[in-house]
Design a protein around this ligand. Structure first.
Ligand code: BGP
Length: 478
């Protein structure tokens, strides 16, 4: 009998993104990113984009984030106290190439991440680095129309090479684009710097941007391997589990059709080619032509990833008819499932869906998978004694980990690790709020930017530390 178990080097940790926590938006020579022009939103309200640049009188929460730029040593010490084996973080592209199209990188930006990676390594924490987490330099949007333009492939390749060379030996785990499949959104600003003009042929632009991002991702993988064959480089998908609303075959088909938007990117990244799944989807979009040039197909083949990283927050229900009630979801609206509860932000809580998702990805691709985002955004109450008793966060974590361990111990999924989203409170990507808190560490800051930024441990901090210390033993099925 084969005994499946969590890897001995299972990567327990947390996940963050530069734009949501660093702050220092104009320090150290950093340029402006697409995230720096997103205003704060409100409860369940998306943020507005001021595409030409920050506007006087508006509040841009990412500009200061939670000031990780200055407080990284203190934050890393807290992660070390929890026993983190890894920390997922992103490099801000405009910190390294402020405009994106320079030929020489910004030394101050590079030096900042040297300090951060050195600090992590000194604590025995593996950096897990995303090269592009919603941080395209704004200049590339203005000058080139962002990923519509093929020149971005070269800019990204240059940026990736600089990072791989500079951090060789300090970083071994990499991801190219965060949630690359969110480009299907009607307004893929964060993911691809695209804001469609009214009269624009959207399908044509979308297909161009998709191909350019995939090419850039493959080139980065090729370069990363060339610089250091020890590098482990993955893609990163937003993975919503999807269920048919009923057992009507048409609903099952509608579910499969909706999942093509996820598998499109998994297929190219792992199989190195536009499969029938990808092409059948494009065929439904008049004008969507992939701008494939000679040599591109070889690049996609050579640049296949080592593993698949994914975010998992919610599941959705799909129907072939327009008869399913909708609720909020991460980046996309979801079909409401009457069997599930929702978070305060309307995201459906579905731990079993995580086990199903791991299995689906591993079945389909047979490369290791890595859960690099999962978490609960909730309003926390600070008690008069300063404590935060976030039992709801603990319950969410435990329920998901229990299913995750089943996915490994019973189903045999090869899982590299688990990084909780936002182990320290940070700016919400979707709403720009601070009050949508994910952290095990509380940060004193509100939605308007008031507060001391002081850090403190929530109840869940001690809980997660114990889980890591025992390598998830309480969830074992044996
Ligand atoms: C993912 C992003 C993260 C993060 C997370 C939670 O889509 O990769 O950057 O923000 O979702 O979403 P939110 O911050 O909107 O609650």
């Amino acid at each position: 009998m084969t005994q499946f178990k969590l890897r001995d080097d299972f990567l327990w940790g947390g996940a963050t993104a530069a734009n949501q926590w660093e702050g220092g938006w104009q320090e150290g020579g950093k340029g402006v990113s697409v995230h720096d022009v997103l205003t704060a939103g409100a409860h369940k309200v998306e943020r507005r984009i001021t595409p030409d640049g920050p506007v006087e009188g508006e509040y841009y929460p990412n500009h200061e984030g939670i000031d990780f730029y200055h407080r990284y040593a203190e934050d890393i010490a807290l992660f070390a106290e929890m026993g983190f084996r890894c920390l997922r973080l992103s490099i801000s592209w405009p910190r390294i190439f402020p405009n994106g199209d320079e030929t020489e990188p910004n030394e101050e930006g590079l030096a900042f991440y040297d300090r951060v990676f050195d600090e992590l390594n000194a604590h025995g924490i593996e950096p897990v680095v995303t090269l592009s987490h919603y941080e395209t330099p704004l200049h590339l949007v203005h000058e080139y129309g962002s990923w519509r333009d093929r020149r971005l492939v070269d800019f990204f390749e240059r940026y990736a090479r600089v990072c791989f060379e500079r951090y060789r030996g300090k970083v071994r785990y990499w991801m190219t684009f965060n949630e690359i499949n969110t480009i299907w959104r009607p307004d893929p600003w964060r993911t691809a710097g695209l804001l469609y003009a009214e009269d624009e042929d959207r399908n044509a632009s979308l297909a161009r941007a998709i191909h350019h991002e995939l090419l850039a991702s493959a080139k980065a993988v090729i370069v990363g391997r060339e610089v250091d064959p020890e590098n482990k480089i993955g893609c990163m998908l937003l993975y919503p589990e999807m269920y048919p609303a009923t057992c009507r075959p048409e609903d099952v088909l509608a579910t499969r059709d909706a999942m093509r938007r996820v598998y499109f990117f998994g297929d190219v990244h792992v199989r190195g080619t536009y499969t029938n799944t990808c092409l059948s989807l494009l065929n439904e979009l008049p004008g969507a032509v992939l701008p494939i040039e000679p040599g591109d197909e070889e690049i996609l083949k050579a640049g296949v990833v080592d593993h698949i990283a994914f975010s998992y927050y919610f599941s959705s229900v799909e129907s072939s008819r327009d008869d399913v009630e909708k609720t909020e979801g991460n980046m996309f609206m979801a079909g409401r499932n009457p069997y599930l509860e929702v978070t305060e932000w309307g995201w459906q809580i579905d731990p079993v869906g995580l086990r199903i998702a791991m299995n689906e990805l591993y079945d389909r691709y047979q490369v290791p998978v890595f859960i690099v985002e999962n978490g609960l955004g909730a309003v926390d109450v600070v008690e008069p004694d300063g404590s935060v008793n976030d039992d709801y966060r603990i319950a969410y974590l435990d329920a998901h980990l229990a299913e995750m361990v089943k996915g490994v111990e019973i189903d045999g999924v090869d899982l590299m690790g688990y990084t909780w989203w936002g182990p320290i409170d940070l700016i919400s990507a979707g709403t720009g709020q601070m009050s949508k808190r994910y952290g095990f560490i509380y940060v004193d800051r509100d939605d308007e930017g008031n507060g001391t930024l002081e850090r403190s441990r929530k109840k869940s901090f001690h809980h997660y530390a114990e889980i890591i210390r025992t390598n998830g033993a309480t969830f074992s099925t044996r």
